[in-house]
Design a protein around this ligand. Structure first.
Ligand code: GDP
Ligand code: K
Ligand code: MG
Length: 282
């Protein structure tokens, strides 16, 4: 029996625990991480000749290092390196949920999107061309309704095909952050890529973006490298240059805006508003 380690990652309330329970057959109540203790719950099940180890991670809106949940998910990704990430998104709240997706894309991990609450999307009368959206972001998307169990088999079929490298929707793309930032990232990324002391858990692009964002945990990691000072010096130079080009702009804000812009563009092409909304807006 081959094993596939799967991690559920998504915003709070997108249905991760419901999906975890229906997949692993767990019936016990799983806490909602709103307290002090941030923890993950894991379970095991067999499907189509594979043993799945599945973990239900705390809900998080991003992979910054601000909240305990964000730090927990990041450390999990660094230390446990799941084979396939299931990014659970709430289909009725795509704009916000897909922000985390853009951060996972930066990481270059194997992943599948569970377009959960597909029943709610349908009820709202809107239609999402999820196949095209999946092709645009390079990640296969499978509609699911964890509450009634629909789409769950298709989801794990897709996890298997991503694990085996046979899924046609998988592409390496990155969200373009605009010329100025892309230029700043380019040299940083190359320096990180060639550094023999950096583990391969996080992609050079992800680390370079986090350095531009002055992410304290990534800064600390880089500072501990033999040539960490030089890398941080290069980062400071890039930030300095960016502040000269983009006078009043805040780098973190520019990065977030570029990502939200990408999401808005992708949804404008793939998400059809309901008839009711169209009538109301004219
Ligand atoms: P988590 O915070 O991501 O773990 O989300 P939960 O699994 O706790 O689910 C949050 C709420 O959404 C619960 O009330 C679930 O019953 C509900 N829910 C989960 N999946 C679905 C779904 O596919 N459709 C609908 N309509 N509700 C769902
Ligand atoms: K809800
Ligand atoms: Mg939960």
């Amino acid at each position: 029996l081959r094993t596939i380690n799967v991690a559920l990652i998504g915003n709070p309330n997108c249905g991760k625990t419901t999906l975890f329970n229906i997949a692993s057959g767990a019936r016990e109540h799983v806490g909602n991480y709103s307290g002090v203790t941030v923890d993950a719950k894991s379970g095991t099940f067999k499907y189509k000749g594979f043993r799945f180890n599945i973990v239900d991670l705390p809900g998080t809106y991003s992979l910054a290092s601000y909240s305990p949940e964000e730090l927990y998910v990041r450390r999990y990704l660094k230390e446990k390196t799941p084979d396939v990430i299931i990014n659970v998104v709430d289909a009725s709240n795509l704009e916000r949920n897909l922000y985390l997706t853009t951060e996972l894309i930066d990481m270059d991990r194997s992943m599948v999107i569970a377009l959960n609450m597909a029943d709610e999307l349908e009820r709202s009368g809107r239609k999402l061309d999820f196949k095209t959206l999946g092709e645009m972001i390079g990640v296969p998307i499978v509609p699911t309704s964890a509450r009634n169990g629909s789409g769950i088999n298709e989801l794990f079929d897709t996890v298997i095909s991503v694990f085996e490298g046979t899924d046609p929707a998988v592409r390496h793309i990155h969200v373009n952050l605009g010329n100025d930032i892309e230029q700043a990232l380019s040299e940083l990324k190359d320096t990180l890529k060639e550094n023999p002391h950096i583990g391969r858990h996080f992609s050079p692009r992800y680390l370079a973006i986090k350095l531009l964002e002055s992410d304290s945990e990534v800064e600390e990691m880089v500072r501990s490298l033999p040539d960490g000072k030089e890398i941080l010096g290069l980062r400071d130079k890039k930030l300095q240059k960016l502040s000269e080009i983009q006078k009043d702009a805040d780098v973190n804000m520019s990065i977030a805006n570029a990502k939200y812009g990408f999401i808005a563009g992708a949804l404008a092409e793939t998400l059809e508003s309901s008839k009711k909304e169209e009538i109301n807006s004219t």
